[in-house]
Design a protein around this ligand. Sequence first.
Ligand code: C2O
Ligand code: CU
Ligand code: CU
Length: 505
Amino acid sequence: MTITTNSRSLSLAALTIGAAVYASSSAAMMGGGCMMGCTSTTVIDPPRGAAFADPATLPNLSTTPGVVEVNLEAKIAPVDINGTTANLQTYNGLFPGPTIKVKKGDILKVHFKNSLPYTGVNDMGMPRDMTNLHTHGLHVSPAGNADNVLVHFLSGETFDYEYDLSLHRGGNLNFYHPHVHGNVAEQVWAGQAGALEVADESAVLSGYETHTLVLKDITLSGGAPAAHTSSDFMNGKEGDTMMVNGQVNPVLAMRPGQVQRWKIVNASNARFYKLSLASHSLRVVGTDGGLLDKPYAQSTVLLSPGERVDVLVKASSTKGYYKLQALPYNRGAGDSANQQITLMTVNVTGSSLSQSLPATVDPSATRLSVPANALTRQITLSMGMGMMGGGSATINGIAFSDTEAYTITSGRETYEVWEIYNQSMMDHPFHQHVNPAQVISISGGDSAYNALYTTTPAWKDTVIVPAMGSVKLLVPVKDYGGTTVFHCHILEHEDMGMMGIWNIQ
Ligand code: C2O
Ligand code: CU
Ligand code: CU
C-alpha cells in the first residue's frame, strides 16, 4: 500500500484493507461487549509494583511573576514499561509527559519543538512526524498562537505557543496532547500525553497531600507501541498494560485516617475506567472544568478518555492494602467490558493521622438554569460501514476532512443547548474545546455517572454520550472568538471523522 498524500478519499480506501479483520472482530466485540449475556470477567491483578510517583513537573524557566515559560519537545525516547524498555513518543523524553503547572491569570509560554523523526505516512495518509499541541480543558483563545489546533508542524520545526489564563476558572486538571486530525490516535497511543494543572483559587483543599494520576494503557510489540489495525479504528484501541503515571500497580502509602487528594486524568485513547477503591468511597470535589460546591461521595467513578476528576480519599483506620480497581464497564466495544483491573494499591500504614473532610469546597459553584433565549442545536453521532466496507464515523452525517466538516457558528456571549444523540452501539465521549458546559440531562449509560453530572454544579468539557442514548448540554459561549472543534474523544473516532468545526463569532 502506498499512500503519499493525506487525502480523505485515500484514507477510506486505506481502512478497507482491514475490512475482513473488522468483520470477524465485530462478532468478538459483541461477546466482549456482553450484548449476549456476560458470563466471565477476566481479573487482571498484577503484583504490587514500585512506590507511586507523581509525573515530573516541567520546570518554569521564567522569573517574571505571572509568567510560566516551559520547553516542550516531542521526541522518541526509551521508556521503561513494567520492566520492558520501549521507544515511545514522548514529551521531553518522559512518559507520561511532565506536568505543566500554572495558575489563573498567568501567561503560559510553551517553546515547542517537534523532534519526531519522519517515518513515512500512516494508514490515514498522514506524515507520522506531523504534530502540534492542544491544551484540553483550558478556557483560552483558540486563535493565533494560543490553543490553535489548526496549525501543524513537521519534523524539526519549532513554535512558541502563548496562552492567557486570565479568564480560565481556577482549580482544575487539564490534559495536553497532539491534535493533528488523522494523527491523534497513533501519537497519543504512543505516549504523547501529559497533565496541565491550574492551581486552586482558595485554600480549602491545600492542607491535603495531593497527587496526580495519569491513567493510560498501551500494548507493546517489538520494543515499540503496537500498530493500529482498522478494527482498532472502529472500536477504539485498548492496550493490555494499564498504568498509573507509567507504572503498573504502583503502591501509594497513606496513613490511617489521612485524607489525600487525587487529581485523575484519563489519557487513554479509548479505554474507560470505572474506578473503585476497596472499602473506601471516592469523594468527588472537582470535575473537568473546576471545583464543586462540596464533596460528593461515590462508590464508583466512571472516567472516559479526556475526562478528569478530582477526588478526596479518607484512608481507613484499619491498616492494610486496598486495591484501586477499574471494574468492568460495557462501552459497546473493547475488552474492558469484562475486565476487572487492579490499577494501583493503597497501603494504609504508619501512625494514624485523623484528618477531616471539608464540608464545603467552592461555594461559588452553582448549577445554571437554561436562559429562555438559548439556541438549541441537534448533533448526531454515527458509526457505520463505509462505501467499500471500511469504517465511517460522522457528525450529522459528515466525516471531518480537509474539505468538509459539520460546522456550527455561534455568537459570542450567548448560551446554547446542545442535544447530542448517539445513533451507534457504542458510547462516545463528546468533547468541545474552549468552553466548558453543564450537563442538563443524560439518557442511557451509567446511573451513578448521570446522577453526578446532572445534579451537581459540575463543569464538563467531555461527557459520555451512551450507546443509542443522548446528552443535553448547556454551553455558555464565552469570551473568545475563533475557529475550534468538538469531537469524540475516542481518538480513533476523531481521526476517522467524528469531529466538527465550531466557529465562534
Ligand atoms: Cu483532548 Cu480536541 O481534545
Ligand atoms: Cu480538547
Ligand atoms: Cu467515538
